[in-house]
Write a protein of this length. Sequence first.
Length: 495
Amino acid sequence: MVACQRAVSGRDPNPDTRNPDYLAEKLLDAELMALVPACADLQRPFEEVFAEYLQRQARGFFAVVARTKHIDQSLQASLAEGVRQVVILGAGLDSRAYRMGPDHSGVRFFEVDLPATQEDKKQRVVRLLGSLPRNVVYVPVDFERQSLGTRLSEAGFRDDAPAFFVWEGVTMYLSAEAVDATLNYIARGTAPGSSIIFDYVPAGVIDGTSTEPPAVRARRLEMLERFGEPWLFGVPDGKIGGLVGKHGLELVSNLRIRELWDRYLRPGTADAVLGDADPEGGVALARVTARQVTDRVVTATARPPRPAEARVAPVDEPWTAEQRDYLEPHRRAGRLFNVFKTAAHHPELAGSFDAFAFGYINSESLTLRLRDRELVILRIGWLCRAEYAWAKHSRIARSVGITEEELVRITRGPDAAEWRPFEAILLRAVDELHRDSFITDATWNALVERYDTRQLMDLVFTVGTYSTVSMFLNSFGVQLDEGFSGFPKGAAGAR
């Protein structure tokens, strides 16, 4: 129904009032259009359809046009501010990922919907575009059995980075409990700076106390009955702030249908078209602020400072025989560093670990490109706040062509816009392994396009090894060696 309305309004010859969803009609097909009466209007001249809608005060049609414009504008503003995750809840035939994605290569779009609905959508996208875009992640959710937060996390959604949630044309079909659960997840399960924009209808439309024209109410009820999807949820007048506020979200804006009409359609004509009836809902924008995140796992930028002096001092000469056997090869190689002199307190363990951590991973036997290896090691070192590891490997990174700008960008992670696509995937794999000891399906499928099985194993073991190294460096307070510098200036969240 709504997709058909977007398709019809997308034919408006006036660019000022045209629906920006130019893909709506292309995602439809003859079978779907035959099922939805509103799609029949695509066979008529737009001017004729528009005049009819005006005459019968078809507020739903105009509300769809105005809210699409408003949500698009709000999303674009969020992307301009640097948000790199967009979640479309109840995506249906929403086309924002395909309309906006090409202009925002560093942004990941997560489309959330029922499994069957999503499979149908994916087939339509393939018919339209030839393949599924790599920056779109499809997240099928059985809301009766699965948690939205869990499914998003499994799909690679980052709860430590801001996101923009679009919840269009959904709330009125849900129970109050389901609405509360979604708002509560966004308030408590996403990063500060995240936002959600959603439309809603007044409670009076649900309980029959609205003063809307009887003909308008009858048409809506007939349409909802035909599709077997009744409206269940509405917001009492003046209570939208209370709805989002009780979950700890901050209300940024709330535009009712008249305000949307005057801003995006035909200024000053709302009364003539909408009449004296109650405005039919609105669109609210709410955001997560730092004070609302009360039960979140501490993120990397909030971790305790590392020891300013060694907890376990490096061993000095005279060494024991076991320590000499372990340290002499490092001395001869010109690398008698604090990390090895600290590890020498347990020479048998240190020697066994070195064989892999500093033998295999830093040898030609490793199947990863040198640049890839250093990106991976530096990213896990940064996430663990292991400044010693960063100091050593930033020197190696420079020797293989990684620039100072790229070193800073590593601290900003895979969503920094300048990364090559595969390097962003590589860094995302590191983040996922660090966060959940698991590479999500979306990231894995992107990795296997470039990496073979041995390279995948080397990637996982390199991340795991340097995570362990970081634990050792941080916990034992291994201090920087003379002449080495730590994290770069301009690093994201650096101390």
